[in-house]
Design a binder for this molecule. Structure first.
Ligand code: GDP
Ligand code: MN
Length: 377
C-alpha cells in the first residue's frame, strides 16, 4: 500500500526526522491562505501516487503572488493519468546539496537493504544504472538490526562535516525504526537536503507498506486514499477479484493466481503481452464472470479475450453461462478464446457450441489461438 508524501512526512515528524513547515490544501483559496501563513516563497506539490512529479509540472516554486496564482493550477491537472486533488504547500528551502537515503526489503538476500547516495533528487534506479559507485548499499542482519557502524558508514559516505554526520546518523536510525515498526516494504527520503545553514531536512518522503502486515496497523490502513488508487483495482477488490492492469492487448480471465501467472507466461512465450492479471477465484458464478469482463473491457488496449478455466470447485458450465450473458449484456465484439476443462466441461461445451466462441482444450492451444486472432491470421 502506498501513501502520500504529506502522510509519510507526518510519520517522519513523529519519529523526529526534520521536515519542512507545510500544510495540505484541496482548493486554490486554501493554497493562498497556507502560503500567507507559511510566508513566501513556498513550493506547491501535487499529492499523487507517482514519482517524477517535478518533471511532469506537479511541483512549482512560488516567490510572489502571480507565481502562486499559477501554482494553484496544479490542482486539477493530470499526472500520468491521475487527477491532482490535493497539494502540499511547503516553505521553500534554500538547498545546498541533495542526497538520497532509503531502506528497501531485498527478497533475494531476505534482508533489509540500506541505501545512501550523494546524487539525490533523481530516481535511484537511474543512479544505479548510470553511476553505481554513487550508491552505498548495506545489508542489515534481521536478528541484530541496524548496527551503529552501519549508520556511521552511510552518514560518512554522504557527508564530511561532523555536525551533518551526527544528524544523518539520527535520521538513519529513525528511518530504520519506521521501516521495521510499521512493516514497510520501502521507505525513502529523496532528496534529503542540506540547507545553507547546515541542517538536514527531508524534502520528500515515500513509504510503501507490506500489505500482509497491514492487519497489525489499523492506523496505517486508515491512511489509504481510495481516490488515488486505480479505480479498476478497487472495483475488482469489491467484486472479490484480483486485477492488475498491464500493457498488452490480450485480456486474460483465469481462475487461480498460479494458473493466471502461467497463462501470462504462455502469452509472453508466444510473443505477445497480456493486458492484465485477473484471478476470478474459485466457485465462479456467472455474475463474477460478468463483473470480471466489465472491468477488463474498460482497458481500451484489450483486443482479444482469453479465458483459461480449470474446473474444480469452479463449474465450467457456470463460467460458460457467465461468458454468454456478459457478451450479450455488455455487447462484446472482441474475439473470445475459451479454454475450459474439468468439472462440467461437457455441459459447458454444449452451451458454447452455437456461440461462435473459439474453444480450446489445452492451454497452449488457447494462447496460440488468442495470438492468431490478435494478429488477424
Ligand atoms: P519528486 O520529483 O516527485 O520526487 O518530488 P520532490 O519532492 O523530490 O522534488 C523534486 C525536486 O524539486 C527536488 O529534488 C528539489 O530539487 C526541488 N524542490 C522541491 N522542494 C523544494 C524547495 O523547497 N526548494 C528548492 N529550492 N527546491 C525544491
Ligand atoms: Mn523525490
Amino acid at each position: 500500500m502506498k501513501i502520500h508524501e504529506y502522510q509519510a512526512k507526518e510519520i517522519f515528524a513523529s519519529y523526529g526526522i526534520p521536515t519542512p513547515k507545510e500544510k495540505l490544501a484541496t482548493t486554490p483559496d486554501e493554497i493562498k491562505t497556507h502560503a500567507k501563513e507559511i510566508g513566501l516563497p513556498v513550493v506547491v506539490k501535487a499529492q499523487v501516487h507517482v514519482g517524477g512529479r517535478g518533471k511532469a509540472g506537479g511541483i512549482k516554486l512560488a516567490t510572489d503572488e502571480s507565481e502562486l496564482e499559477k501554482a494553484t493550477q496544479i490542482l486539477g491537472m493530470r499526472i500520468k493519468g491521475i487527477e491532482v486533488k490535493k497539494v502540499l504547500v511547503a516553505e521553500a528551502i534554500s538547498i545546498k546539496g541533495e542526497s538520497y537515503l532509503g531502506f528497501i526489503v531485498d527478497r533475494s538476500s531476505q534482508k533489509i537493504v540500506a541505501m545512501a547516495s550523494s546524487e539525490g533528487g533523481v530516481e535511484i534506479e537511474e543512479v544505479a544504472r548510470r553511476n553505481p559507485k554513487a550508491i552505498q548499499k548495506l545489508y542489515i542482519d534481521p536478528l541484530l538490526g541496524i548496527q551503529p557502524y552501519q549508520m556511521r558508514t552511510l552518514a560518512t559516505f554522504l557527508y564530511g562535516d561532523k555536525g551533518l554526520i551526527k544528524s544523518a546518523i539520527k535520521i538513519t536510525q529513525a528511518l530504520y525504526q519506521i521501516m521495521v515498526e510499521k512493516d514497510c516494504s520501502l521507505i525513502e527520503i529523496n532528496p534529503l537536503v542540506r540547507t545553507e545553514d547546515g541542517r538536514l531536512i527531508a524534502l520528500d518522503a515515500k513509504i510503501n507498506f507490506d500489505d500482509n502486515g497491514l492487519y497489525r496497523h489499523p492506523e496505517i490502513e486508515s491512511l489509504r486514499d481510495l481516490e488515488a488508487e486505480d479505480r479498476n483495482e478497487i472495483d475488482a477488490r469489491e467484486y472479490g477479484l484480483s486485477y492488475v492492469r498491464l500493457d498488452g492487448k490480450i485480456g486474460c480471465v483465469v481462475n487461480g493466481a498460479g494458473l493466471a501467472m502461467a497463462t501470462m507466461d504462455l502469452v509472453k512465450h508466444f510473443g505477445e503481452e497480456p493486458a492484465n492479471f485477473l484471478d476470478i477465484g474459485g466457485s465462479s458464478s456467472p455474475e463474477k464472470v460478468k463483473n470480471a469482463l466489465s472491468i477488463l473491457l474498460r482497458d481500451e488496449n484489450v483486443k482479444v479475450i482469453l479465458f483459461n478455466i480449470f474446473g474444480g470447485i469452479t463449474r465450467c458450465d457456470d463460467v460458460a453461462q457467465g461468458i454468454l450473458q456478459a457478451r450479450d449484456e455488455l455487447k462484446i465484439a472482441h474475439p473470445i478464446v475459451v479454454r475450459l476443462t474439468g468439472t462440467n466441461e461437457a455441459q459447458a461445451r454444449e452451451l458454447l457450441k452455437e456461440s461462435g466462441l473459439l474453444f480450446a482444450t489445452g492451454m497452449e492451444e488457447a494462447a496460440r489461438l488468442a495470438i492468431e486472432k490478435l494478429r488477424g491470421v
